[in-house]
Design a protein around this ligand. Structure first.
Ligand code: PEP
Length: 244
């Protein structure tokens, strides 16, 4: 595994302060810090960010967030700004996750605005796309992904896309490796040709575990993984990092 890979932990709305500190401690203590080709990004919920930011300051872990508002500041009660995230040394931000699309109605146009403000602040967006099961079954998934890519992603120099089929998130179901390969290839070609983006990384997300991570990365040729459930389980995330 010589090429650079991103391993993104999406903690979602999980872990309290002491649980998160304990997990970070284990991650930083693991002997695996010498793997310079692995970038380990931790995306905690907002209120954990100040603490996690100071704990990981001199470690090999990198901080990310799970959302932001599309404006710099203003009368947006309950929201958090990208500038504040930057001040806590956030380097990445997950945008367009299917749970936000479902539960908080993040539309493609809203995701696009959020991507733009993240890019303008030099925080790297990790843009999630992925089809529901019926589109996969009807073989219409490329049409679905095409629309998401087209409407969400602005022309820019660099982007990270996480392919997360909705039917795979938290279900234990994983597409065949050749299916993930097809999609990562499709995303890269689409963004090169239609959005003139030069640097594109594609991650896979959906039921990643220590049992499938190596095959997913090697056989599907993705640039890393976005990991939900397994990133919360100490043994699992340590094993994932150790076998890559
Ligand atoms: C996710 O929600 O981004 C995700 C990949 O979840 P899980 O790994 O639990 O399927």
């Amino acid at each position: 595994m010589a090429q650079n890979k991103l391993i993104v932990s999406n903690w979602k709305m999980n872990l309290n302060l002491s649980e998160s500190k304990k997990l970070i401690h284990k991650l930083t203590k693991s002997t695996l810090k010498k793997k310079h080709y692995l970038k380990k990004i931790i995306c905690p919920q907002f209120l954990l960010i100040p603490n996690i930011s100071s704990i990981i300051k001199d470690t090999n872990l990198v901080l990310g967030a799970q959302n932001c508002h599309y404006e710099k500041e203003g009368a947006f009660t309950g929201e958090s700004s990208i500038e504040l995230l930057k001040s806590f040394n956030c380097k990445y931000i997950i945008l367009g996750h299917s749970e936000r699309r479902l539960f908080t109605a993040d539309s493609n146009s809203l995701v696009r605005k959020k991507i733009k403000i993240a890019l303008s602040t030099k925080i790297k967006p990790i843009v999630c796309i992925g089809e529901p099961l019926e589109f996969r079954k009807n073989k219409d998934y490329l049409k679905f992904l095409d629309k998401q890519l087209n409407e969400c992603i602005p022309e820019c120099n660099e982007i990270i896309v996480a392919y997360e089929p909705i039917w795979s998130i938290g279900t234990g179901l994983v597409p065949k490796f050749e299916e993930i390969f097809e999609i990562q290839n499709y995303i890269k070609n689409f963004l090169k040709k239609k959005k003139f983006i030069k640097k594109i990384s594609v991650l896979y997300g959906g039921s990643v575990s220590s049992n499938n991570i190596v095959n997913i990365i090697e056989e599907s040729e993705v640039d890393g993984a976005l990991i939900g459930g397994a990133s919360l389980v100490e043994k699992e995330i340590l094993k994932i990092i150790s076998i890559l």
